[in-house]
Design a protein around this ligand. Structure first.
Ligand SMILES: Nc1nc2c(ncn2[C@@H]2O[C@H](COP(=O)(O)OP(=O)(O)OP(=O)(O)O)[C@@H](O)[C@H]2O)c(=O)[nH]1
Length: 478
């Protein structure tokens, strides 16, 4: 059971007691008094949901839609009171209130169908589908009822419709809860699930076991329960919901499947009115198909964009924008295969910034980052052939691959890179006058099996360059 804060549970108890007293003290006025209490409970719940939505957290939109649903329900009860008490219409299914009760399901369907993290234009499509669903519900309701009420068969049909609506809301609220791991959204779906299940039970009892009993009896107290529970939950669950371990596949399946709910509901309602209202039904079918199709296309475009961003992140170094080590390794494999087939020479340049630790230590890490970006720019400006490539190998080390090269051309490229970095006007570590790089060139004319061996040769050449005083280029042959 959800635990409510003490002041709220006392208030709820007091409310039910007052409602019970109103029924007991004045039997004559029991009916209008009970109507007043029954209209006030969903209003209370609606105000609590509205205030909760003002917290502007991840579930704010859902709380707002739930507040709207409560308002519609309260309107339904108020319209029932108007027809029953003021107009003295004793039909058990007065038309306007029936309509409002049916429409109450529309914001709830919107909440269940629209995974809150979607872009606004996807939610807009959901909103349009929900509005059309509301309209077709309206058409369907008035195929059973008129503004004055419904006949016996109409009442049976309406009850069946409400049963389906209530089961559907409770079942999907539970599914959304099961697939929501934590945070404000989990708290919301927990509250919605409690409310929807209690509402389902109370409505089933009222519609099937207490169907012909008029308002103004102790059974009315039952109707207060789901709304008072929601009021309490909206007001008192300020602590974070305990996070649940949810299988990722379930989350993805529910996220991917939820958008089908609105078009599927639209198809179901259109099928239900096909016989009596064929034009509306065909329009419903078409809008359901178009809405789902458009939503899928837009969601797919979003997914492609995300995938492109991920690919970019997977293959590029975010600091310098150069290829990262993973992409370098793939490029080296390709270059190695080529040199194995054609024997046209391959050079690999390992480029290491000299005394970079001192740059960081004396000027700070951010200045160090700026230096790395400037070095990357200077190095890549030296590459002038389409097949040459440059990557950030890691830390302050870069690597260039020069296919179709000679030892001389590779050494010249190394010299050009060294000079380009030395010419940079970058702040240098205290002991040095300027920022420099040491470069080890590995060269192979006829490739064997292991591409890693070229890297080892370049590394050994770099080691020699460092030990020979830095700011120089050394060549090694494989
Ligand atoms: N600012 C910054 N520093 C980095 C980054 N990656 C590695 N470093 C720093 O690079 C420095 C590398 O230091 P060392 O390996 O000792 O090399 P060095 O000081 O350049 O000395 P030599 O290579 O022998 O000339 C370390 O201080 C790392 O913290 C980075 O992305 N940004």
């Amino acid at each position: 059971m959800p635990r409510l804060r003490a002041p709220f549970s006392s208030f709820l108890l007091l409310y039910v007691l007052c409602h019970a007293l109103a029924l007991w003290i004045d039997r004559g006025a029991a009916k209008p008094l009970s109507y007043a209490f029954l209209s006030a409970t969903p209003l209370l719940a609606g105000v609590a949901c509205f205030l909760r939505s003002r917290r502007r957290d991840a579930a704010a939109g859902n709380w707002l839609a739930l507040a709207l649903a409560m308002l519609l329900w309260a309107g339904g009860m108020f319209a029932g009171m108007w027809q029953d008490v003021i107009q003295q219409n004793s039909n058990v299914a007065p038309g306007l209130s029936m309509l409002l009760y049916v429409l109450y399901g529309v914001p709830l369907t919107f909440i269940l169908a629209s995974p809150g993290k979607d872009a606004w234009w996807l939610r807009l499509i959901d909103g349009v589908l929900a509005a059309v669903l509301g309209y077709l519900f309206f058409v369907q309701t008035f195929s059973f009822a008129t503004m004055h009420g419904a006949d016996a068969q109409g009442v049976v049909n309406l009850r069946l419709m409400f049963d389906i609506e209530n089961i559907y809301i409770a079942a999907f609220a539970l599914i959304r809860l099961a697939a929501t791991g934590g945070g404000e959204s989990r708290m919301f779906f927990k509250a919605l699930s409690w409310y929807a299940c209690v509402y389902l039970a109370v409505a089933a009892f009222n519609n099937h076991f207490d169907a012909d009993v008029d308002f103004g009896t102790p059974v009315d107290l039952l109707i207060d329960l789901p709304f008072l529970l929601l009021f309490g939950l909206a007001c008192s669950w300020h602590k974070a919901a305990r996070p649940a371990v949810v299988p990722a596949r379930l989350v993805w399946a529910v996220r991917a499947g939820s958008p089908l709910l609105l078009p599927a509901s639209l198809l179901a309602v259109s099928a239900a009115i096909l016989h009596g209202e064929p034009r509306h039904a065909v329009a419903g079918f078409a809008i359901a198909a178009l809405g789902y199709g458009l939503r899928s296309i837009l969601a797919q475009v979003g997914a492609f964009e995300e995938r492109a961003q991920l690919n970019e992140l997977a293959l590029h170094d975010p600091l310098t924008g150069l290829a990262n080590r993973r992409q370098f390794e793939a490029s080296l494999r390709r270059a190695w295969q080529r040199v194995r087939r054609r024997d046209d020479g391959l050079a690999l340049l390992l480029i290491d910034v000299d005394h970079f630790k001192q740059v960081n230590d004396s000027l700070g890490h951010q200045a160090g980052d700026r230096c790395l970006r400037a070095v990357a720019g200077a190095l890549s400006a030296c590459l002038n052939r389409g097949g040459d490539s440059l990557a950030r190998y890691g830390g302050e080390e870069f690597v260039a691959i020069l296919p179709v090269a000679t030892p001389e051309s590779a050494r010249m490229m190394g010299e050009a890179m060294r000079a380009a970095v030395a010419a940079l006007r970058m702040p240098a570590p205290e002991a040095e006058t300027r920022l420099t790089v040491s470069i080890g060139v590995g060269f192979v004319q006829q490739a064997g099996d292991q591409d890693a061996s070229l890297l080892a040769v370049a590394d050994a050449a770099l080691y020699r360059a460092k030990h020979a005083g830095r700011n120089r280029v050394e060549l090694g042959m494989l």
